[in-house]
Design a protein around this ligand. Sequence first.
Ligand SMILES: Cc1cc2nc3c(=O)[nH]c(=O)nc-3n(C[C@H](O)[C@H](O)[C@H](O)COP(=O)(O)O)c2cc1C
Length: 266
Amino acid sequence: MIRRLLALPNDDSRKIVFVAVSLCLVCSLLVSATAVLLQPLQEIEAGKNLRRNVLLAAGLMSEDDDDSRIDELFGRLEPRVVDLRSGAFTDAVNPENFNARTAARDPELGEAIADDADIANIRRRARFAVVHLVRDGDRIERIVLPAHGYGLWSTMYAFIALDADLNTVAAINFYEHGETPGLGGEIENPRWRSLWQGKLIFDEAGDVRLEVIKGNVDPANVAAAWQVDGISGSTLTGNGVTNMVRYWFGPDGFGPFLDRLRSEGV
Ligand SMILES: Cc1cc2nc3c(=O)[nH]c(=O)nc-3n(C[C@H](O)[C@H](O)[C@H](O)COP(=O)(O)O)c2cc1C
């Protein structure tokens, strides 16, 4: 049958269809085999990238460092799982392989967020979160918390590190988003991210007050400690970042956990 088709003249429509279909089949087989074979490698790289970003937020690595020390440095961090509702540490899931994104979609591990509480516009969230502690002996030096929220075009994923007072921002690191390069995409610019260092999340009343404003912060303003410069032409992404911070440090995010940590320690 194949021989008979190949023996036909090149301009015969049956031969043209046969060659085209065969070519498509071979190419799709090649593409799917490559995708399947490369998947484990991709997962290893994704894991490495995530660890690198936690380390950047933890202050244990700098942008210029190569990846050779990731495993060694990551060993200095203490990963713990937090039950977001109660704010308590839990062993319910393994922090090594817990994936908050897949968990959010899971009926057991995730939950829907009520519309009026969903300020970060994420609809669902995992019931647990993995946080990373940087210790100096018994004392917590820094704590790295994951956060995500919707910007203008996309969900933006970040790690936010707090100093020992659980209020001062040590670092923020956006590691995944789909905002426009040069506009909202500037959230990943190290210069803009450095503006966050030393800013305060909570005010004296314990309310989340940190926000990305439109324009530049006036250092003489009493609110300056809770304000970060906006990115020009990107107010909507900035609003998304503010909403993300408000959600994740509020009562539906890490609020109960931070309250518990303040009163009980670890
Ligand atoms: C193609 C295109 C891409 C844009 N991307 C972003 C973006 O990623 N983030 C953002 O906040 N605004 C983006 N904007 C601009 C917004 O529509 C809006 O004008 C802006 O956020 C207002 O900010 P401003 O008040 O600082 O000018 C984009 C606009 C265009 C035309």
